[in-house]
Design a protein around this ligand. Structure first.
Ligand code: NAP
Length: 263
């Protein structure tokens, strides 16, 4: 299937590793010009080098903290100046602390609002007017299966990602007539550093080994295993494609069937 993405300019946030990196790699394979950011310059440089070696295409990168609106604005501006347009934006950030309500301070709540909710707003404010000018755009928000089925112990994720799903759905309504689609994608248990951290905490809390938590988690997934980042990235690339031009305002999980609900 030809995704029709050759030459499209794609920003992928928080993409030095994990799901963001996998999404960037998949879009690069489809022929997009890629711009990535994360906070740690050394990791980004290494990731960009590896992606360039794999795809033969240059990767634009900049160290950006997505909780800082001025930094996001300068990054998007730099991408626009370099490539002359912005067609695709995949918003993403590191996960908020995994804690229960009683263990959270107000400062942690405020930091998580910036990281998990507002970072999407910062990117949307920058990219949507640019996409609107070209009457074409794809905005993808990365959240979690927690928007469909809250996960025990992840109060911040459960609460704030629901806001991102609401943001994406409302933007889909507001910008659909401008040739822009907005969709929300929800990873389940996917093999990245973040999952490793979550499993480590769960193992510590339960007094068992990380391997035991991994085994239990995989057993809970109908496909009998944890997902790979490239499986998640395949959906992102499809939703960015010409072929997905009528997919707008959706929230789709890539979770091996973990969510038990119908939708
Ligand atoms: P990961 O492997 O830990 O990668 C996180 C990426 O985000 C890194 O590139 C990191 O680089 C960057 N980052 C973190 N904070 C940032 C900030 N403030 N500004 C810019 N970049 C930032 O995590 P992941 O598994 O890919 O997860 C991505 C998102 O999906 C997270 O929100 C996670 O909670 C969510 N999620 C993951 C899973 C899963 O199973 N993996 C499931 C559901 C939801 P720097 O640290 O250098 O900034």
């Amino acid at each position: 299937m030809d995704f029709g993405l050759k030459g499209r300019v794609a920003i992928v946030a928080a993409a030095s590793k994990g799901l963001g990196r996998a999404a960037a790699e998949e879009l690069a394979k489809e022929g997009c010009e890629i711009a990535i950011c994360a906070r740690t310059a050394a990791d980004l440089e290494q990731t960009a080098k590896e992606m360039e070696a794999a795809t033969g295409r240059p990767v634009f990168w900049r160290a950006v903290d997505v909780t800082k609106p001025e930094a996001v604005s300068a990054f998007v501006d730099a991408v626009d100046k370099k490539f002359g347009r912005v067609d695709i934006c995949v918003t993403n950030a590191g996960g908020p602390p995994s804690k229960k309500f009683a263990d959270l301070s107000l400062d942690e709540w405020r930091a998580a609002v910036d990281l998990t909710l507002l970072s999407n707003v910062f990117f949307a404010r920058e990219v949507l007017p640019r996409m609107k000018r070209n009457h074409w755009g794809r905005l993808i928000t990365i959240t979690s299966i927690s928007v469909k089925q809250p996960i025990d112990g992840l109060m911040l994720s459960n609460c704030l990602r629901a806001g991102v799903a609401g943001l994406a759905k409302t933007l889909a309504n507001e910008y659909g007539a401008d040739g822009i689609t907005v969709n929300n994608v929800c990873p389940g248990y996917t093999l990245t550093d973040r999952l490793g951290e979550l499993f480590e905490k769960r193992a510590k809390d339960a007094g068992v080994t990380i391997a035991e938590i991994e085994k239990q988690s995989a057993a809970a997934v109908p496909i009998g295993r944890l997902s790979r980042p490239d499986e998640f990235a395949a959906l992102v690339a499809f939703l960015c494609s010409e072929r997905a031009s009528s997919m707008n305002g959706t929230t789709i999980q890539v979770d091996g069937g973990l969510i038990k609900g119908l939708l």
